[in-house]
Design a protein around this ligand. Structure first.
Ligand code: NIG
Ligand code: FE
Length: 400
């Protein structure tokens, strides 16, 4: 076998298999043409002629992290709302008074594409510094044709500006546009935007925010049907602030994931497991909104619902550009195990993007997206908040 690069002396957390970390001591990874050509224990390795070798000196290697839920393309910030919440207003109160998502919509509409790109690159760089190699990015801060398309174009351009894979998601159904008519807006989303975005390849999935302050079940259903008809998979912000049956609705439409899920009930968890809909847990939003109702982790475990974790990086509910902080919060606040969150930021997150065939584990044939960590144990990745222990990141086999 020939390889462009051979990593030796690595402790691998491959994430291969249905559960656990797939640990391989004294492992090797051969990279050829941007893919993993071989991975496993040195003792079982075939003859490999490598153009370049790199000794990991006992460091841990994981799949590159996958942040499967972000809203990182936006302008402005909402630090003023943080202060308002501290003074007693709720997230929903602020949204109803014209703040919240609507505030970011105003700032994003006013930002030119170059400015939006520059602001977004900074946030993306923070994720890359912690080993992210694939990031999902939602629109939803334009809520008009021109700005939604601009957000999606910026998401695509980020994949050219930096060595990272981007999954772009159209979240037109994030909120009713300020001053807009909800029926007319849903017509625009379903009849014009979704077909256009699908035809132009500007998004890889379609998302909705199903909530009292956003869209009702039947409205989300209409968006799901339009997206599937256009050949795009769907996702949902479900049951974040109330139990609206969002998890079950997403599952019924074959959603890749349902996200947030603080109020999801056991039936919803079981429906997700049956449909293969991944539960994406977002502890950053739970923390910053000072929520008390936790997602039903025990019900997900009992039902066999797959669980991912993500930053939800956005200017309002989760201004947290750190997958490691999100992972720590998922353990401390939601009671997830270290193994669950490590799978949740790799293979299960890949599944939540419909990309588990390409990324998320260290297995022959997958993209050579890898993170090499200067830690003695994998728990160290999660057990402390502070400087990034990332030693090296490879995206498509290239050190970057
Ligand atoms: O995932 N839940 C809805 N949407 C975002 C927050 C949007 C915002 O507050 O700007 C979320 O938390
Ligand atoms: Fe979100």
């Amino acid at each position: 076998m020939t390889a462009d690069l051979l990593l030796t002396g690595a402790r691998l957390a491959t994430m291969a298999g249905p559960a656990g970390l797939g640990v391989v001591e004294n492992g090797m990874i051969a990279v050829a043409a941007g893919r993993i050509a071989w991975a496993g224990p040195r003792a079982e390795a075939p003859e490999i002629a490598a153009a370049e070798r790199f000794d990991c000196a006992g460091r841990w290697v994981t799949p590159g992290l996958v942040d499967c839920h972000t809203h990182l393309v936006f302008a402005g910030n909402r630090a003023d709302e943080f202060a308002r919440r501290l003074a007693g207003e709720s997230y929903a109160d602020i949204a109803r008074s014209g703040g919240g998502i609507a505030a970011t919509v105003r700032a994003t509409r006013a930002a030119e594409e170059a400015a939006l790109l520059a602001a977004s690159v900074k946030r993306l760089d923070a994720l890359l510094a912690e080993g992210v190699t694939t990031v999902e990015i939602k629109s939803g801060y334009g809520l008009d044709e021109e700005t939604e398309l601009r957000q999606l174009r910026v998401a695509r351009r980020l994949a050219e500006a930096r060595p990272v894979s981007v999954a772009a998601t159209y979240l037109g159904a994030h909120a009713v546009p300020p001053g807009g008519d909800r029926a007319a807006y849903l017509d625009l989303v379903c009849e014009r935007m979704i077909p256009r975005i699908a035809a132009e390849g500007l998004a890889d999935a379609v998302d909705v925010f199903q909530e009292g302050i956003a869209f009702r079940a039947e409205e989300c259903k209409r968006v799901f049907v339009a997206a599937r008809a256009a050949g795009l998979p769907v996702k949902s912000h479900a049951d974040q602030l109330s139990d609206g049956g969002g998890a079950a609705l997403a599952a019924a439409h074959g959603a890749l994931s349902a996200d947030h899920l603080e109020y999801t009930n056991a039936d919803g968890a079981a429906a997700m497991a049956r449909a293969g809909t991944v539960a994406v847990l977002l502890p950053g939003a739970f923390l910053m909104l000072n929520e008390t109702r936790k997602p039903p982790i025990a019900a997900f475990r009992a039902a066999g619902t797959r669980m991912a974790v993500a930053t939800d990086l956005n200017p309002g509910s989760s201004p947290i550009a750190s997958p490691r902080v999100a992972a720590t919060l998922a353990c401390v606040l939601f009671g997830m195990t270290v193994d669950e969150v490590l799978r949740g930021f790799t293979i299960e997150a890949a599944r939540a993007l419909g990309r588990a065939e390409r990324i998320g584990s260290i297995e022959a044939g997958k993209d050579a997206d890898l993170a090499v960590w200067s830690v003695d144990t994998l728990s160290e990745l999660v057990a402390q908040i502070g400087p990034s222990p990332l030693f090296m990141r490879l995206h498509n086999g290239v050190r970057a």
